[in-house]
Design a protein around this ligand. Structure first.
Ligand SMILES: Nc1ncnc2c1ncn2[C@@H]1O[C@H](COP(=O)(O)OP(=O)(O)OP(=O)(O)O)[C@@H](O)[C@H]1O
Ligand code: SF4
Ligand SMILES: [Mg+2]
Length: 327
């Protein structure tokens, strides 16, 4: 058995648009262990969702294409599977919770019908039995009046409820890996807390989780390890405790400074990273963070920084990484 449940190796994904072709994900590698929660964090547009969609082979083609890489799930390369094999993997082995629940739910079918269909893809159970199981899952995700909700259409339910239904649909197939792409963005604070509680329960049940977020606070609360992305590339990976204690990449250091802290005298004000993310059509040469980096020097323009090891299991793609950690 492989050490890791899933390994993404050297993944590169491009899109061709009217303005030209660009890499949305550029040579990204990471792994997720059995029962582990990995966070992927980074600013909008850095390639988090495209990475996740690639792992499910859901990149629309055209305009997208997976140019290279391997996605090893229990030693099988998901990029080499045919349609039937992929169908087996989706849902049962890996399921995804999307940013927008309505993108995963059909507007034209009742909730009960959709949930029962999901269950019946991989099993021979009757519709009646599938509806009974669906109802118990709605109760597990704390949806009141579950039997009634099965008769509802998605638009008749609040965003929080739609999100919990999508989570129930993901969980009831008992997948090995759940990919949760900003699962709480559209939700109010109370519902966010409930969704995170469900994710914690999945972790306790030894499900591996890939949790995509903008928010380092969420990473701290929920994840074992974190992968930081910037401008289509990975820039730092490691255990959450190590990265919070000794962030090595200037971008990660900036992200950590932008977490509001109670009682630090800032009044919870964010210190945002100066400048903006470069366009993928026009990434700077060398290090893509150099226009915003307070430590940039000549070499950062001329050469792409490769990953260096900062400590066991902690790597960063920056020429200054070791010096910054030692300082
Ligand atoms: N279907 C598509 N066609 C063209 N470009 C796309 C498509 N999907 C994503 N992109 C582009 O790929 C890049 C990476 O997008 P991605 O959705 O992965 O960002 P993200 O990190 O998930 O951002 P956010 O935090 O806003 O969700 C962006 O420049 C985006 O515009
Ligand atoms: S390689 Fe250079 S520009 Fe890039 S983050 Fe490190 S110091 Fe900054
Ligand atoms: Mg996204």
């Amino acid at each position: 058995m492989a050490d890791q449940l899933i390994s993404v190796e050297d993944l590169t994904v491009s899109f061709t648009t009217d303005e030209g072709r660009f890499k949305a994900v550029d040579d990204v590698s990471f792994h997720i262990g059995y029962g582990e929660v990995l966070g992927i964090v980074g600013e909008s547009g850095c390639g988090k969702s495209v990475t996740a969609l690639s792992m499910m082979r859901l990149i629309p083609s055209p305009p997208g294409s997976i140019d290279s890489g391997r996605i090893l799930y229990r030693d099988r390369d998901l990029l080499m599977l045919d349609k039937k094999e992929l169908q087996d993997i989706r849902g049962r082995a890996i399921s995804m919770i999307f940013q927008e629940p309505l993108s995963a739910l059909s507007p034209l079918q009742k909730i009960g019908h959709q949930m029962a269909e999901v269950l019946r893809i991989h099993t021979n159970i009757s519709v009646k039995e599938a509806l009974r199981i669906s109802e118990t899952w709605l109760q597990k995700v704390k949806i009141p009046d579950a039997a009634e909700r099965l008769q509802a259409y998605p638009y008749q339910l609040s965003g929080g409820m739609q999100q919990r239904i999508m989570i129930a649909m993901a969980l009831m197939q008992s997948p090995d890996l759940i990919i949760a792409d900003e699962p709480t963005t559209a939700l109010d604070v109370t519902t966010q807390a409930q969704v995170f509680q469900l994710i914690r329960e999945m972790k306790q049940a030894r499900t591996s989780i890939l949790l995509i977020t903008h928010d380092m606070g969420v990473v701290w609360d929920m994840c074992d390890r974190v992968a930081v992305m910037y401008a289509s590339r990975l820039v730092e990976t490691g255990k959450v405790a190590d990265i919070f204690a000794r962030p090595a990449h200037p971008y990660t250091r900036g992200l950590l400074k932008s977490i509001p802290r109670m009682g630090d005298g800032s009044g919870g004000k964010l210190e945002a990273i100066a400048g903006s993310v470069p366009s993928p059509f026009n990434y700077p040469s060398g290090c893509r963070f150099r226009d915003r980096c307070p430590h940039a020097f000549d070499r950062c323009t001329a050469e792409k920084p490769e990953f260096v090891m900062v400590e066991d299991g902690h790597t960063a793609a920056c020429f200054m990484a070791r010096r910054l950690v030692d300082a």
